[in-house]
Design a protein around this ligand. Structure first.
Ligand code: DGY
Length: 313
């Protein structure tokens, strides 16, 4: 019988071609609602998901499932232990998106420094003079502190290399390089003008940045989070932003997504908020689709996947 691959959200044609060439049937669903996924994906041997929760209950509604592919790098939304217990591979696409996420991180760092969003909005509000009381800041000569110096953190340092900034990083597994000094965690918060979060979402990193860290930061420093909302204590960030403990924040990820418009962050002037777009580019979406579907084909052909996050016996 032809095996089915369930796509709750549609993916670029490059990925679908790989599945069809391998003789797999592609079933495109109607979105991320768990009940819909359970019924639309009931026959699936593979599923390709975004950041939606994928737990044991959903897995049990798909009895033929052999592989859950994450269209991205973070897999905190997937119950990996439940998948392993059921003999299901969980794969991701870590190589496809580092450059893109780093580009977005640097873009947001520049945008928040130059107050781009508020100034652009002022034009639409017919308020040319907004700029007078809201000068930007240069990043030249400043210190950028990167928390988490894996693939994405390293790409951020590379992209910043032409900006005349000092780059420091904290990562228990990284070594200093000629261009980046590895420092302890506290030094990042105390000395960086820009703290950039590129940590994985793990139990150890959950809510690991809160009031204590914001108090360590300089009053004119910025926080940029492109990793996961769960790493910050969001309510304590709101307090720090309101009290002027830090100058501002650029956030692409939130504790709750989609970010409710009633969230207090939305009312602040010293934030740049984007809807989880760091890897949402035409080029990267195509690369992620190619990597994810290639691993799906490997698993369904009885081969080992290239990017498994769990080990099966
Ligand atoms: C990732 O790859 O985890 C990004 O956050 C997009 O899903």
């Amino acid at each position: 019988m032809t095996k089915q691959v369930f796509l709750p959200d549609d993916i670029p044609a490059e990925g679908k071609k790989i599945l069809e060439k391998a003789g797999l049937q592609v079933v495109v669903g109607t979105g991320r609602d768990p009940e819909k996924m359970k019924s639309e994906g009931a026959q699936a041997s593979a599923v390709l998901i975004g950041t939606q929760k994928f737990d044991a209950e959903i897995m049990d509604a798909m009895p033929n499932l052999k592989v859950i592919a994450r269209n991205g790098v973070g897999y905190d939304s997937v119950d990996v232990d439940a998948a392993t217990q059921r003999g299901i591979y969980v794969v991701n696409t870590p190589k496809a998106l580092s450059g893109s996420v780093a580009e977005t991180a640097v873009s947001e760092l520049l945008a928040i420094s130059k107050n781009l969003y508020q100034n652009a909005k002022a034009i639409h509000d017919d308020n040319w003079q907004y700029r007078k009381a809201h000068p930007g800041r240069d990043i030249e000569g400043k210190t950028v502190g990167i928390l988490g110096f894996g693939r994405i953190g390293q790409q951020v340092a590379k992209k910043l290399s032409g900006f005349d900034v000092k780059v420091i990083a904290f990562d228990p597994f990284a070594k200093s390089t000629p261009d980046v000094e590895i420092v302890d965690r506290e030094t990042i918060f105390k000395t960086a003008d820009y703290v950039m979060v590129h940590l994985p979402a793990l139990p150890e990193t959950q809510h690991s940045i809160g009031a204590e860290e914001f108090k360590l930061m300089k009053n004119d420093a910025f926080l940029i989070n492109m990793a996961r909302g769960s790493i910050l204590v969001e309510s304590e960030l709101v307090t720090a932003l309101k009290n002027g403990d830090i100058a501002g924040a650029a956030l692409d990820v939130f504790e709750e997504e989609p970010l409710p418009v009633t969230n207090p962050l939305v009312d602040l002037d010293n934030v740049l908020l984007t809807p989880h777009i760091a890897s949402n580019t035409i080029e990267t979406k195509a690369r992620m689709a190619i990597d994810a579907t290639s691993d799906i084909v490997r698993v369904l052909s009885g081969e080992k996947p290239e990017s498994a996050v769990n080990q099966l016996k």
